[in-house]
Write a protein that binds this ligand. Structure first.
Ligand SMILES: Nc1ncnc2c1ncn2[C@@H]1O[C@H](COP(=O)(O)OP(=O)(O)O)[C@@H](O)[C@H]1O
Ligand SMILES: [Mg+2]
Length: 248
């Protein structure tokens, strides 16, 4: 079961710099949201707030039944539940370099969820198959391509049986072919009904796979809506200019 995510009036400051300025967003369970916007617009900060990795200064975040509060007042229980519910995947994979693909995947379920080794191994085998890497269970990260590493990272996140995934530019470091294999795994997760919040510069992918595109600019939502509307008929000059730049 996926969970909804509701962000109300989220404000985040670093020192005297306001990085998120009253962001409100409601994401129904199972929705795929493409979060786009120029560098420095606050996309990563928003994902990190959603995952309880950043505290925030005002507003509120609700993830399923759990609430994160401003000023570091979230309960540690809520933070732990939110982190567990929404796996986060990064551009640079962050796999454990000393562990093979299988052990990267089994580590958290065994340590955090208390899975016995056999159950964890069976789960890892199923997940490696799901991301098309059955024959790479024993491979170490340095033996894998970027696309394969990213698929192991997705499998590792799925091993915690999340309600959704937060992906921060997870294809940005990959060659075009390898991008495609990672994006097609994301499309299968979408079909399986997982809530996906993706920071991406892949406008073609956003148009095809996202239910909604959210454009962040200077810490505010500039435009949001269905991809066809937002990407084909931008309402603001700023959005049109951004699209022109990313589409080259
Ligand atoms: N830990 C931090 N300390 C101070 N400033 C930060 C920190 N993290 C991000 N910022 C600033 O917040 C702004 C938004 O950053 P970020 O969320 O990473 O943007 P994006 O992911 O859209 O490129 C940037 O100006 C960045 O320099
Ligand atoms: Mg970023």
């Amino acid at each position: 079961m996926s969970w909804p995510v509701i962000v109300r009036n989220l404000t985040k400051r670093f020192g005297d710099r306001t990085v998120l300025d009253g962001v409100s967003l409601t994401i129904p369970p199972g929705e795929t949201v493409a979060l786009i916007g120029p560098s420095g617009s606050g996309k990563s900060t928003l994902l990190r707030c959603l995952n309880g990795l950043n505290t925030f200064d005002a507003g509120e975040i609700q993830v399923g039944p759990h609430r994160l509060l401003p000023g570091g007042h979230s309960s540690s229980g809520a933070i732990a539940q939110v982190r567990r519910a929404f796996g986060m995947i990064f551009q640079d994979f962050q796999l454990f370099p000393h562990l093979c693909a299988r052990d990267n995947i089994t580590e958290a379920p065994m340590r955090v969820l208390g899975f016995p080794v056999q159950r964890a191994h069976a789960q890892a085998a199923a997940l490696l198959e799901r991301v098309g890497l059955s024959s790479h269970a024993d491979a170490f990260p340095q033996q894998l391509s970027g696309g394969q590493k990213q698929r192991v990272a997705i499998a590792r996140a799925l091993a915690m049986e999340p309600r959704g995934l937060l992906c921060d530019e997870i294809t940005s470091a990959l060659d075009p072919e390898l991008k495609t294999e990672v994006l097609s795994v994301l499309e299968t997760l979408k079909r399986d009904g997982l809530t996906l919040i993706l920071v991406t510069h892949e406008i073609g992918f956003a148009r095809r796979a996202a239910d909604r595109v959210v454009m962040l600019c200077d810490g505010r939502i500039l435009e949001e809506g269905p991809p066809a509307e937002i990407l084909e008929r931008p309402k603001t000059e700023r959005m049109a200019l951004f699209l022109k730049r990313v589409l080259g």
